[in-house]
Design a protein. Sequence first.
Lengths: 335, 141
Amino acid sequence: MKLNFDHKQLSAHCESGATVNLLGYYNVKISEPMVFGIGAGYYFGHLPFMKMNFSPITTYRSLPGLVFSRTCKNLGLSYERKTFKSPQKSMDELDRVLDSGNPCGVQVGTFHLPFFPQEYRMHYNMHNMVVFGKENNEYFVADSVVPGDCRISYDDFVRVRYPKGAFAPNGKMYHITNIPENIDFKAPAITGIKKTCYEMLDIPFPLVGIKGIRYFARRLRKWPMKKGNKVASQYLGQSILSLEEIGTGGAGYRFIYGAFLNEAADLLQREELKEIGKEMGEAGNRWRNFSYLGARNCKNRAEPEHTYDFLADIIMDCADMEEKIFKKLRKVNFK
Amino acid sequence: MSEEIRPNVKIIDAETLEVNLDYEITHYKMDENGNYSHCMLANWGGKELTNTQSWEIVKERIRDAKEKVMKNEVSPIAYFMEKCITDVSTLSKYVGIAKWRIKRHLKPAIFNKINTKVLQKYADFFQIDIEQLKNIESNKK
């Protein structure tokens, strides 16, 4: 059995891409930036106490799963999201959902994913893809990073749905159960913007939001003194990887969010959003600047080309820019 | 994980992996007028440097571990653990052996006394047979 599923667009962010694909199946036309904006995926967090690939985690988006659930909630769709302790039960449930004629999103680990490009196959457990059919013990999968439809065998699929380590998905699966007739994007876009403003400006915790960016800059300044040049460049390299490489669409989602603001300006007919979108792009360019210069430090690890103070100053700059942007965005009158 | 599931996907060989610099992923960009578009792009300006370094870290750890195994300072489990890019806590969850036991198994003297059943658990995750696990050089033949 194979659903008549169209793998629409290769997307930058895997979860937004999966959501776009899922919604596309029900004839809801929505773009990736729109999903990202409505789902309030924009975020920042620097978590030195959690390590991935032997370096502290720097995240530029919200927790996995939130973009999908928030998008559905804001758009007024009902959805079901489940995790299972037993792999057997989760596979049965997946078959049931597919049989009922719904494609299903799954969160998987990439280490055992056979069709994934080799250099991205680290222990990274927050990848999302859509399953849309089963045939002879093989599943059809639409992955936002890999062009075309992929096939994966039952046993392999169990393995990728049950990886271990940080953020283990435990067979997390989600699908849309009910969809209203007319979907209006206006109110959800406003809700998404407000949520993002709150998350970036108001969360009273020092490691996230704008405060988090400043905290990251302060930590970055100290890395060479505390850990030595070699480890500092390793940490820097990893944070740049998650800024540019791991499905961010460039500059840690800043460009996607700019695209969303641009689209929202047309949708809501607010010219000021276009202005802010442009500023967002400039902030994105500044981040790109940081990753471009920072990457040079990875070349010769023992002798950095640029001082870490210089790089930290760029990030402080980004923090100032973004603070200005979100304070402005919060004041936009949508009535 | 239940016993009968035997995934046939090959795990990557981190030791000899070459980074493919031409793989294209979606990138968004803004032009001077503030309009956005997206395109497939392989390199944003520093892909080679960061990606190569990130694998270089892994490869360096594998080399270190291998040297130590050769000097008989740690058991071969350490080498294969690094080869699968895992640490003790992740490995513990995959093979279902407690962390303190794995740490114990990293000592060569104790590694020689492990029974076949436990070795098989490690070998299953590393996707090798027990002979290779006992002697990392036999891997190359």
